[in-house]
Design a protein around this ligand. Structure first.
Ligand code: ACO
Length: 425
């Protein structure tokens, strides 16, 4: 017999079905609640509310499990590359060699960005934060690719996916090139996706650019680890915006804005800024640990804690290993990294952090790798966005395919009751 949940309001009982996910997670389906009772539920921050059913990503915060389409993140990080994982997330299955090759070819084919987009970039001051520029440019892609707004069949959807994967990578790097005053680079069809990222970012017309396989492999892994994380803030934003049938570029642009905040994707930048501050103030990690524990001090240890992972972040384990490899191979000797190690070791031993299950999250280590690769701090969140792109696309596609209704939460009004209009004197 299927399970139900009973709710009693003013002595009257109502029964609601309990649905079960494929990993046995249970949820009370309350979609008839208001019709039956007149009441709604309230759950700020959605800590207890599922917004959808989804077949893309499974995570268990207590056990530290993360899987894309059923595959363990550890397996994918070891055995697949970023485009394979992107294909898996978006289309549901790992690609065959031929499908992967076709996907790469189609992304390349659509990587050119309309030259007039450069006029938009020129309108920004050089000091503009790259995430703000990226959100604006992503949204502007809609104007130059109007067909991608109303995708009506699978072919158009596939094209919109390839366009987004190709063009987003290019404009993401352009935000950096603009800030440096460098000429804007184009996708090189002889190179892979992640190699292209490095080329687009760093190649100069004056000399040949030498790619390091250690660097591209580490970046590939980082992108895989960031590729999806079920209904987080930016992904929920992408689904919410898309639920009004806004196009893919507009929805992704909203996701970029959501990701920008320091409590979400902006945390990797905030980690490095915090480490730099500690360094400049004499490297006293104990002082900053004490600040983080002081309830009268708003300071939080950036890169620690997670809304969902309350034991450990499985991505952090993988990335910690990658960070050690990259730093070792590149022979990086950086006082900031020493501070990071000291802070991590001290926090892991500290009762305050232990009692609250606060562990380093993926952002604690990703910022360290990006710094070692010479990526400027304010580009860190852009790096996250490049990695998260296939997840956003997959979730947007699933939301449209499931024919989900427009997202429109309710509220409990706590303002003034009706009052008579009188002009203040
Ligand atoms: N430093 C110090 N104390 C912390 C921290 C931290 N980084 N994170 C949580 N706490 C404390 C809280 O003060 C609270 O203490 P209390 O129970 O005594 O009041 C307790 O731990 C629980 O914290 P919440 O804020 O309820 O946890 P929540 O799940 O709402 O927040 C969040 C998670 C936002 C990630 C939080 O841990 C944080 O601000 N971390 C720093 C920012 C960060 O690294 N964000 C990246 C998230 S990962 C990502 O987006 C990929």
């Amino acid at each position: 017999m299927s399970k139900t949940a009973i709710l009693e309001i003013d002595g009257k009982k109502y029964e609601f079905p309990v649905i079960k996910g494929s990993e046995n997670e249970e949820a009370i389906n309350i979609n008839k609640l208001r019709d039956l009772t007149g009441a709604i539920t309230i759950d700020p921050g959605y800590k207890n509310s599922g917004s959808c059913t989804s077949g893309i990503t499974f995570l268990d915060g207590e056990l530290g499990i993360l899987r894309y389409r059923g595959y363990a993140i550890e397996d994918l990080a070891d055995n697949a590359n970023f485009l394979e994982v992107s294909y898996l997330l978006i289309f549901g299955e790992l690609p065959t060699a031929a499908q992967l090759q076709q996907f790469e070819t189609d992304i390349r084919k659509h990587s050119l960005v309309n030259e007039e987009m450069k006029g938009i970039i020129d309108g920004f001051p050089k000091t503009a934060h790259p995430m703000g520029v990226l959100a604006a440019l992503t949204s502007a892609l809609t104007a130059f690719n109007p067909k991608s707004v109303n995708v009506e069949n699978e072919k158009e959807l596939y094209q919109a996916v390839c366009k987004t994967m190709g063009k987003f990578l290019v404009i993401a790097t352009w935000t950096y090139r603009k800030s440096m005053g460098y000429p804007l680079n184009y996708y090189d069809n002889t190179k892979g996706y992640v190699e292209n990222f490095m080329n687009l970012m760093f190649a100069l017309p004056t000399e040949p650019y030498k790619l390091s396989s250690v660097v591209t492999e580490a970046l590939d892994k980082l992108f895989i680890l960031h590729a999806d994380h079920e209904q987080n803030c930016s992904t929920s934003t992408v689904r919410m915006v898309g639920s009004s049938h806004a196009g893919l570029f507009a929805s992704i642009s909203a996701g970029v804005s959501a990701l920008w905040g320091p409590l979400h994707g902006g945390a990797n930048q905030a980690v490095l800024e915090m480490l730099e501050e500690i360094h400049q103030n004499g490297g006293d990690t104990e002082k900053y640990l004490a600040k983080a524990k002081d309830k009268n001090d708003p300071f939080r240890l950036m890169g620690f804690g997670h809304r969902v992972y309350k034991n450990f972040d499985p991505r952090a384990k993988i990335i910690k290993k990658a960070a050690n490899e990259v730093l070792g191979t590149l022979g990086v000797d950086d006082p900031i990294l020493e501070i990071a190690k000291k802070l991590e070791a001290a926090a892991l031993e500290d009762e305050y952090f232990k009692a609250r299950n606060l562990y380093p999250n993926v952002d604690f280590y990703s910022g360290i790798i990006y710094r070692a690769l010479g990526i400027p701090t304010d580009m860190f969140t852009v790096m996250f966005a490049i990695g998260r792109l296939p997840g956003w696309i997959a979730q947007w596609k699933e939301m449209r395919e499931n024919k989900e209704p427009i997202g429109r939460p309710r509220q409990v009004y706590t303002g003034s009751p009706l009052r008579e209009f009188k002009k203040p004197v």
